[in-house]
Ligand binder design. Structure first.
Ligand code: F6P
Ligand code: MG
Length: 444
């Protein structure tokens, strides 16, 4: 039996983890500080002198953290008292025990996944310690902007959907499959548009999401979409028979903006084609990795879409709204999604969430961070199987839709990784490549 490989870490000088901790994370923090400062007047208008005090305090806490990061200080316990504070502090204590030395659990010496999650939780701590502005979403401006900058691409997509819906009843199974594959790929490539990899800079969709699919095809390194399709058309949940099958698909969301839009389009298609009767969306309970979807972003995006100045786009929005009203769609969040755990720990650490996911026939995990958590963000050989890297995680048949933005990739053919590496040294981190990677724990 092979051991579990070590976690990616900024310890490895020059690695992507190292560059992220050294460059991208401080840049993100600087932007956060700047955003809070720019909104000083708004806080004053809303909360008077208290708002100004809160702004100052928050900035001072954040600058202090930035400094800790830049000088590789030990990670500190959280000092707020929220639902998840205890579990974060226990996690830190466990790390310290494992390392046997308090100081070695520091920004550059700890697992990258943990450190990066921790930074976003500390941003939240700084806000929460300053009640007047504790609900302020420091990433809201960027998310809103990236939504508007992708408008053209969204309209194109909605026009496609309109054409599809008009003919839905007359589609053969093969045609349905073809549309499914297209919308799955649109949602896959939607993951390019995240604001963490760009350290907060504009990263919106500028080209037609449908027209570019053919040329993007060669960049999908693993494509298990046929297995995803099978999971939909012959669900295997206990107690399901083929005739009465009510298929539930869970989508573990990643980023707001264009990516969320593509997820909603896919979810709408699944429901209107009756491939699924119910979609559960899972989002984050506080702002996370710059562009991740919160409840607020989710509602806002749907409302904006209903109000779009484009016939088919607003029609889509109205349709989505009605899915929410009639219960075909629902939005959920859980503290586990904003913790640093690998997903193989979910069953033990968040049994309620694990049980919830077991009610799905298919779980789609969007994006890079989810992939890192699925595989534990570890130095796996590229030829290790996805199933092995999941280390027993499998509440339901699952699929990762991910563009590559971190140094972890499993399930490749022998030699494939080496070949890619020699053609394009940045293949794992540029977001240029993608995978549609499926696993069904039960069938393996
Ligand atoms: O900051 C790096 C990172 O964690 C990368 O792994 C990835 O580029 C990004 O943040 C998050 O990506 P995604 O939004 O696809 O989860
Ligand atoms: Mg993200």
């Amino acid at each position: 039996v092979h051991g579990v490989p070590p976690s990616l870490s900024a310890k490895v000088v020059g690695s992507f983890a190292y560059l992220t901790v050294r460059d991208r994370m401080p840049t993100i923090l600087t932007r956060v500080i700047d955003t809070i400062h720019r909104n000083k007047n708004k806080f004053f208008e809303e909360y008077g002198e208290e708002g100004i005090q809160a702004e100052k305090q928050t900035i001072s806490l954040l600058s202090k953290m930035r400094n800790e990061l830049l000088t590789d200080k030990p990670l500190l316990e959280l000092t707020d008292s929220l639902q998840d504070t205890e579990s974060w502090n226990q996690y830190l204590q466990r790390q310290q025990k494992q390392q046997g030395d308090q100081d070695s659990v520091s920004w550059f010496k700890s697992p990258w996944l943990y450190v990066e999650c921790y930074m976003y939780r500390r941003v939240q701590e700084a806000l929460w310690l300053n009640p007047p502005i504790s609900d302020y979403d420091v990433f809201n401006e960027g998310k809103t902007q990236s939504f508007f900058e992708s408008q053209q691409a969204m309209m194109t997509l909605c026009t496609y959907v309109e054409g599809l819906n008009k003919n839905m009843e007359g589609l053969s199974k093969n045609q349905l499959l073809e549309h499914f594959n297209k919308l799955l790929q649109v949602s896959l490539w939607g993951n390019k548009c995240d604001l963490s990899i760009s350290a907060g800079q504009d990263n919106s969709q500028k080209t037609s999401p449908i027209d570019s699919l053919d040329s993007l095809q060669p960049f999908i390194l693993v494509n298990d979409s046929n297995r995803v399709w099978s999971a939909l058309i012959s669900p295997q949940r206990p107690g399901q028979s083929k005739e009465t099958a009510l298929v539930r698909v869970d989508i573990v969301l990643d980023n707001s903006g264009f990516e969320l839009f593509t997820d909603l389009v896919l979810a709408d298609f699944l429901v209107s084609s009756r491939l699924a009767h119910e979609i559960h969306f899972h989002g984050k309970s506080f702002p996370w990795f710059v562009s991740d979807v919160t409840a607020n972003d989710f509602q806002w995006t749907i409302r904006q879409t209903t109000a779009a100045n484009h016939k088919w786009m607003s029609k889509s929005g109205v349709q989505w709204m009605s899915h929410l009203k009639d219960g075909a769609w629902s939005y959920h969040d859980h503290p586990f999604w904003t913790q640093p755990h690998e997903f193989c720990d979910m069953e033990a650490d968040a049994p309620d969430l694990y049980a919830t996911l077991q009610g799905a026939d298919l779980v789609l995990f969007k994006g890079d961070l989810n992939y890192r958590k699925l595989t534990g963000d570890r130095e796996w050989d590229h030829t290790a199987s996805f199933h092995t890297a999941l280390r027993g995680f499998g509440p339901a048949p699952l699929c990762s839709l991910r563009t590559l933005k971190a140094n972890v990739q499993v399930g490749l053919q022998p030699g494939q990784g080496e070949r890619l590496g020699s053609q394009d040294p940045e293949w794992m981190t540029s977001g240029k490549y993608a995978v549609v990677q499926f696993d069904n724990a039960k069938s393996e």
